[in-house]
Ligand binder design. Structure first.
Ligand SMILES: *Cc1c(COP(=O)(O)O)cnc(C)c1O
Length: 380
């Protein structure tokens, strides 16, 4: 049996006729940038993520960058995030002019560790370290919400803004201690989502969105994505070319209608992996924090024999991934940050042991059974 890591054609084939119709309509109306598809998508995605405002942009990276710029984060500021994420998180911070600073992750959830965050901020604000931390960017990694109750409380204590990197967490929910069920992307000052094809909500190209409760921030992001103009050729500020294409908005509307069901299919596949691998003492399966309900963008296991297991699975026809093989503070691009190996021991340890198993809504029981049996066979 051959099992892909991600079966994107299968997802497209499920809605092929609808996608073709969107493309045909776009050709005939020649509405390629902005317009009713984009507006309708923004309204529908705001509703889906329980946010007052959604501004569609060209990528998740743009979404995070525009949210920071619109909030006034820039040169002279620092933003705390984790070294265990995709580089777009820190690109957004650096490219608004701020400095990314890292705090290590929790070994169970792989998300920002609130205890370490508090320790870091305590000593940061007790010293005259510069630049000063102005914001926190937690990442809801692999689809599991970060510890938002704790992070929001710490942010309030130190007067910091929170920007959620929700690029892997469309529709993930968080049970707050105050009793409310919150949706990833609706908790902090603003959030960035990505609609890169492989994300839980994926376009057929690039795409992203900012969600926020802040009307003023929303207004500024709208201008930033469109050359700083609210009215054509009248530029209140210098912006960017960061608009979502109308065809992608149309495709995303089709896929959004299936997203809740698709997330449920991912959860079912995850539950099958959980059960099938539970008895294997060589493997750590994903931990589900009681407050967070993951949408399993990725299903990550951990083992000391990661490299050998990955090669074995490849021989057996099972494609796997590493998310991420090299922590950001150890990347060549960030040598100048001044971090060293050993600075973030949990991230470094985890990076050597993680393995991402095939995960997508169309994954069948036959396929998960095959993956499970091969993993268990590898360990004898
Ligand atoms: C995908 C992703 C991004 C960036 O999204 P793009 O649409 O590719 O720009 C940012 N952060 C995380 C955690 C991601 O997974």
């Amino acid at each position: 049996m051959k099992i892909p890591f991600l079966d994107l054609p299968a997802a497209n084939i499920e809605v092929e006729d609808e996608l073709v119709q969107i493309f045909r309509d776009a050709l005939r109306s020649a509405a390629f940038v902005g317009g009713p598809q984009v507006e309708a998508f923004e309204k529908e995605f705001a509703e889906f993520s329980h946010s007052s405002h959604c501004i569609a942009v060209n990528s998740g990276t743009d979404a995070l960058r525009f949210a920071l710029i619109a909030a006034g984060i820039g040169p002279g500021d620092a933003v705390v995030t984790v070294p265990n994420t995709f580089i777009a998180t820190t690109e957004a911070i650096s490219q608004c002019g701020a400095k990314p600073v890292f705090v290590d992750i929790d070994e169970k959830t792989y998300n920002l560790d609130p205890g370490k965050l508090d320790d870091f901020l305590k000593s940061h604000f007790a010293s005259n370290a510069s630049p000063r931390v102005k914001a926190i960017m937690p990442v809801h990694l692999y689809g599991q919400p970060a510890a938002m109750d704790e992070i929001m409380a710490i942010a309030e204590q130190y007067g910091l803004k929170v920007f959620e990197d929700a690029c892997q967490a469309h529709g993930a929910t968080y049970q707050s201690k105050n009793g409310s069920t919150q949706t990833a992307g609706s908790i902090g000052s603003a959030a960035g989502f990505s609609f890169y094809p492989g994300k839980n909500l994926g376009s057929c190209g690039e795409g992203g969105a900012v969600t926020t409760e802040d009307a003023e921030l929303a207004r500024t992001v709208r201008m930033l994505r469109d050359h700083g103009q609210a009215k054509k050729y009248y530029h209140d500020l210098e912006g960017y070319n960061g608009r979502l294409h109308a065809i992608q908005a149309g495709f995303l509307r089709v896929k959004l209608r299936r997203l809740a069901a698709d997330n449920e299919r991912r959860r079912q596949a995850a539950a099958r992996y959980d059960v099938g691998l539970a008895g294997n003492p060589n493997i750590i399966t994903p931990y589900q924090a009681p407050q967070g309900k993951s949408v399993y963008h990725l299903y990550i296991i951990r083992t000391q024999k990661r490299d050998a297991l990955q090669s074995y699975l490849a021989e057996q026809g099972v494609a796997t991934g590493l998310h991420y093989p090299v922590p950001l503070h150890q990347q060549n691009a960030y040598k100048n940050m001044g971090y060293h190996t050993g600075d973030f021991p949990v991230t470094e340890k985890v990076a050597a042991e993680i393995l991402s198993l095939p995960m997508f809504p169309q994954l069948t029981t036959e396929q998960t059974d095959y993956v499970i049996s091969k993993i268990n066979a590898f360990f004898g």
